[in-house]
Each structure stands twice: as C-alpha cells, then as structure tokens.
Design a protein around this ligand. Sequence first.
Ligand SMILES: C[S@@+](CC[C@H](N)C(=O)[O-])C[C@H]1O[C@@H](n2cnc3c(N)ncnc32)[C@H](O)[C@@H]1O
Length: 304
Amino acid sequence: MKVKFIQNQISINIWGNLQKTNEYKEIHHILNKYYIIYLLLIYLQKLKPLHHIQDIYYRKAKEDQFRARSAYKLLQIDDSFQIFRQVERAIDLCAAPGSWSQVLVKKLTEKNFLPSESCRIVSVDLQEMAPLDHVTQIQGDITKKATVDEILKKFNNQRADIIVCDGAPDVTGFHDIDYYIQSQLIVAALNICLMTLRDNGIFVAKIFKGSDIKLLYSQFKLFFNQVYFMKPKSSRASSVEYFIICLQYTPKIQTQDFHLYTFLKEIEQAEKQKQETIDQEIEKEQSKYYKFITCGDLSGFDEN
Ligand SMILES: C[S@@+](CC[C@H](N)C(=O)[O-])C[C@H]1O[C@@H](n2cnc3c(N)ncnc32)[C@H](O)[C@@H]1O
C-alpha cells in the first residue's frame, strides 16, 4: 500500500522503502498501526459468515451427513412425541434440500420397512432436490390439487401414517404478506392430510411466531385428538419458527365436497364470537362485583 504524504511532499511507501527520517518514522508507525487495525477488521468481517461453524447442529449435521441442520428439529420432536412409532408410509412436504426426508429414511430403515418394493416415502418441493435412496420425489406446489393426486398415485391410493411439513415461503420482508403465505402453506398441508392421511395418523408442521395459537389449536382440534406446540432445542432462539404436532387424526367432518378454507374461516368467525361473548360476560361480572366506589374527602389525611 502506497501512501502519499502530500503536506510534506514526500512519498511514503509503508510496505516498501520508507525514507527513514526521524520525522517520518513516527508517521510510518501510526500508519502501520491503523493499517493493522484495518486488516483486523477485514479479517473479522470475513469471519462473520462463518459463525455457523460454531453452531453445534451445523457441525453435527456435517458429521451425520444430513443435508441440513433442520434434521435435528424433527429428531427432537420425535424424542418428545415418538412420532415414528407406527410409521410405514410418510409424506415430506416442502422437503428440499432433504434432511427431513433423510430422517424418514433412517426411521423406516430402523423399523425394517426399507428397503421396500413399494413406495414408502414421498417428498414434495417446488425446487428440484438431489436424489435420495428410497425417496420418491415430486417437484410441485403443495397448494395445487394436481400435487395431491400425484402423491396418491405414488402410494397406489394407500394413505400415509405421517405427514411432515417444514414449508417456508421466500420471505418478502412484509410481515403481513409473509404471515399470509405461511398460513396458506399450513392450510394446504392440512388439506393434503384430509386427502392422504390415515385415521390416527400424525401431522407435524412448521408455524411462525405471531400465528394465532388459540385459533390454530381449535382448528386442528377438529381433525386431531391431540394438538401440541413445540420449539425444539435445535431451532435457533432468534428464529420465529416453532412446530405444531398433531396426533391421532380423527376428522369430525365429512371431507367430500368440502372446502377447507371456507371451513377454517367459519371456525375463525365462531372463535371470535365465542371470545366476544366471554369478554362481555367478564365485563358484566366485573361490573357486578368489582365496582370501585370513591369515598373520603379532602378534610383529612389518608391512613397511608
Ligand atoms: C426450510 S426449507 C425445508 C427444509 C427441509 N425440511 C430439510 O430438512 O431439508 C423450506 C422449503 O419449502 C419449499 N416450499 C415453499 N413453498 C412451497 C410450496 N408451495 N410447495 C412446495 N414447496 C414449497 C421451499 O422450496 C423450500 O425448499
């Protein structure tokens, strides 16, 4: 790096031959000091994108040959809920790059359902995914009916024991739009459950913080006996994601000629009305028993 010290019309090449007069030795020293700080800053900046190397799950995923650290989220959900206990056939929605599909392969292999003549795992994503042994891939949109038909075709019209969905839209940065698209993925995944999940089957899906938990709970409770929410340890604290785990699929509605989206909207309306009635009741009760009555006057001191 060449530095021109114009005021004194002397050229100083701090990395080459510096003219070593006493006056300029000092300047050389200062410039060198700042250049070292400059180099250090560049070095630290280069280190920043490497912060994931310190991430234990990132390193572990490399060791265990998972395609993404997300694999541990599904494994930790399984540790808590034993979701793979009775699984022979599985659907992975929004599967790319494929670490959840790898977990499905691992679990079905442990149970000796793999290798198998028939299709056991179907993975769907908008994006192309590198091939995985024992996984039948569909490149498609989970919100499209054609994708559901294709899944059923791959399974020979047999139903799945578990459906997992780790779907995340491309974030636009506009909270309302992102939230809306994410909720559309959940509705699409639930729609796929209605058409492809067996009775008592299991559904696991990613949801975002800010979702109306109470509403989601009451909507999913109409289809599953047990509904839980969980944030696995491997999900970064800074991430707004967490997961809904639905056990024992027992739809309490007929799914023929059924429009799920309208139905969910109706539940939302009903929930709102229920909440309004509760709020009104509470208000009524409070006005009955907890009326505050002002008393005393300014003629004396209060006790306190
Ligand atoms: C977080 S990644 C999934 C990671 C995956 N579970 C894994 O472990 O490797 C989210 C995926 O959702 C997919 N996706 C988003 N919208 C979709 C849609 N409508 N249909 C299918 N896939 C979708 C994206 O293409 C992306 O690959």
